[in-house]
Design a protein around this ligand. Structure first.
Ligand code: ADP
Ligand code: MG
Length: 618
């Protein structure tokens, strides 16, 4: 058989390498920014069009390249940064693989203009799909300017794989921020489709963080400092009360390089032990300096994962440093933000007035008597029932023991409960009464003619709100509650852009925006279904959802908006509901178009028929 193995042509090898290095426009930005920093630039400008799909241009005032280097830099494994394998262990630069420019030039139209301090004229090189198209002397200031156009023009599969402009812009902003946060002494700017997203002057770490994340960030930061033989830690953690609903603001930098480390993240979260609400994520900006010898950056082509020699020690040092800071700045002991969710009124009932319950005393009640007098149930007197409700009532169903002890007649209780609620709220608008009770503060259980119905309260309420919101956005706008004092909320530039996109739909749900300006939003009205204190969290969640998955067309945008808001607004599992609230949910649910599924396609309720029950007792 003839020999069949061949060396791949360079442009093919480059395209393959590009698959690893360049996943999306943001990867190009990252590589080019790193090159500019390695070239000791003090000012770096980034201009993009259409989320980088059409154009990415990076201009720096760094050391530039001479004629030969300008040509060489596009060769694979061409680098000025390391010479020997040993150099890998004393890296001071961001790049070292010599792959980025070769990879980018393999999959885009690239134009490089560069000049060194010493040279009179600069060099301009055009490359398309690894082919040099032209090379000419040119007039250009000291430094380097690289234009990357039509990314993935020759790999349609990759181009089609790119997400919407919003998502790709988010990725670009993420990379940009990571680099800018690691180098506060360098000035950066980012311009997208002609509008300026960031303009960052040279400054210190704290100010850079504030410039990027918005004006109020400064007051939320607690400094962290620690100097040991293995590691020098500096930076900030966010005060626990400002923890985010999404993982947005978590940054580790090791020797000024942004890295991802679930292990170290765990150390940070552990040091916040007990200070964070469930499902919230601490903000942190932590700068670690370690001996380059003690880490291996070479384990991932995009260089965001690194291996530490002594991870365990690092974990312990980091955790204790943060704990110390939180304690020292008195963050830890004074906080009590555990809100008792049982004290919250569910949205639907906020504006109903409840008539004052009559206080009735059970004169037969003896706290030392374990067994409650039988006749108070079977006799149907309201007094004894009230005393039992709701805790005792609930436990009647969850604990079999009590049931046998007290020998309850269930029918009697159903009847009683309706009487009591009707009385308390003076409303019977819920239609034909069905008896309901709540199980584990999670399910609403109701009887049917043919069996029992078990409803997941959160999913059911989500479905109800979702259909209402959809109707509001598409058909008839909801009413809003005017705020006495306008609410001012801070958002970063990208979030502001997204809010502008969503403004119209949000207004249909009842929000009134007085102003959406740089860094701040002023809200003068909100939907009746929510309270003022919830607005910030709600909008943050909404933006986080939109960042994850931004639909381009109108309907799916409306749909996502309704889903996200409904999910944030719906009663959670763990919330105690009274009978009126339970029945309200049951009735509203079955008036929905699709009561069986939550907007996220999860089962909302299930039934158990008498037949099935009969079988269990066979
Ligand atoms: P690496 O950064 O791993 O060395 P790259 O492909 O990113 O590989 O760049 C190749 C070389 O091109 C770099 O080593 C550097 O010498 C040169 N270079 C790239 N970008 C710039 C820039 N903005 N200014 C000066 N030199 C640059
Ligand atoms: Mg590089």
């Amino acid at each position: 058989m003839s020999n069949i193995i061949q060396l791949l042509p360079d442009h093919v090898a480059n395209q393959i390498a590009a698959g690893e290095v360049v996943q999306r426009p943001a990867s190009v930005i990252k590589e080019l920014l790193e090159n500019s920093i390695d070239a000791k630039a003090s000012r770096i400008q980034v201009v993009i069009k259409d989320a980088g799909k059409t154009l990415i241009q990076i201009v720096d005032d760094g050391q530039g390249m001479g004629l030969t280097d300008a040509r060489m830099c596009f060769e694979r494994h061409a680098t000025s940064k390391i010479k020997l394998a040993d150099d890998l262990f004393s890296l001071k630069t961001k790049g070292f693989r010599g792959e980025a420019l070769a990879s980018i030039a393999a999959i885009a139209h690239v134009e490089l203009k560069t000049k060194t301090e010493e040279d009179e004229v600069g060099t301009c090189i055009k490359i398309e799909g690894s082919e040099v198209v032209s090379q000419d002397p040119c007039v250009t200031p000291k430094g380097t300017s690289i234009c990357v156009k039509n990314l993935f023009y020759n790999i349609p599969a990759r181009r089609n794989f790119l997400k919407s402009d919003n998502v790709e812009t988010r990725h670009i902003i993420d990379e940009f921020q990571r680099v800018a946060l690691a180098h506060p002494d360098i000035s950066f700017s980012l311009i997208h489709n002609g509008s300026e997203l960031f303009q960052l002057p040279p400054t210190n770490f704290r100010q850079r963080i504030t410039n990027i994340l918005g004006g109020k960030t400064n007051e939320k930061l607690v400094p962290v400092e620690e100097d040991t033989e293995i590691v020098k830690i500096s930076g900030f953690v966010g005060k626990p009360e400002f923890a985010k609903k999404s993982r947005g603001e978590q940054f580790f930098f090791v020797n000024n390089r942004f890295i991802k480390s679930p292990y170290l993240n765990h150390a940070v979260v552990a040091s916040f032990d007990g200070l964070l609400k469930e499902k919230s994520y601490p903000t942190y900006f932590l700068y670690l300096e370690v001996d380059p010898k003690s880490i291996d950056i070479n384990i991932h082509p995009t260089k965001t994962e690194i291996k530490f020699d002594d991870e365990h020690a690092l974990y312990a040092i980091l955790k204790s440093a943060i704990k110390h800071s939180l304690g020292q700045f008195n963050v830890a002991p004074v906080l009590d933000f555990e809100r008792d969710s049982e004290l919250d009124t569910p949205y639907e009932f906020k504006n109903k007035d409840a008539s004052a319950p009559q206080v009735e005393v059970d004169r037969n009640f003896n706290p030392f008597q374990n067994e409650y007098p039988k006749q108070s149930y079977s006799g149907g007197t309201t007094q004894s029932f009230r005393r039992e409700k709701p805790a005792q009532w609930e436990s009647l169903y969850s604990g079999m023991q009590q049931e046998t002890e007290t020998d309850v007649d269930i029918k009697q209780i159903e009847f009683e409960s309706e009487e009591v609620t009707g009385n308390l709220f003076g409303s019977k608008e819920e239609g034909p009464e069905k008896s309901t009770f709540q199980l584990q503060k999670k399910f609403i259980v109701s009887t049917l003619k043919s069996g029992i119905l078990v409803i997941d309260q959160h999913r059911a309420h989500t479905r109800i709100l979702y259909e209402e919101l959809l109707k509001n956005i598409t058909v008839s706008a909801a009413v809003s509650q005017q705020l006495l004092f306008p609410l001012r909320l801070q958002f970063n530039n990208h979030e502001i852009e997204m809010l502008k996109d969503l403004k119209e739909s949000l207004e249909q749900t009842g929000f009134i925006f007085a102003e959406i300006a740089r860094g701040e939003v002023e809200i003068t009205g909100i939907p009746t279904m929510i309270s003022e204190s919830e607005v910030q969290i709600l909008l943050e969640q909404l933006l986080a959802d939109f960042e994850k998955d931004v639909p381009d067309n109108g309907f799916s945008q409306t749909d996502l908006l309704a889903k996200s808001l409904a999910n944030s607004m719906a009663v959670r599992s763990g919330t105690l509901l009274n009978t009126v609230e339970q029945q309200h949910i049951v009735n509203k649910l079955f008036a929905c178009k699709e009561p069986g599924l939550s907007p996220f396609n999860k089962t909302v309720f299930t039934t158990v028929s008498v037949d099935e029950l009969d079988k269990k007792f066979a």
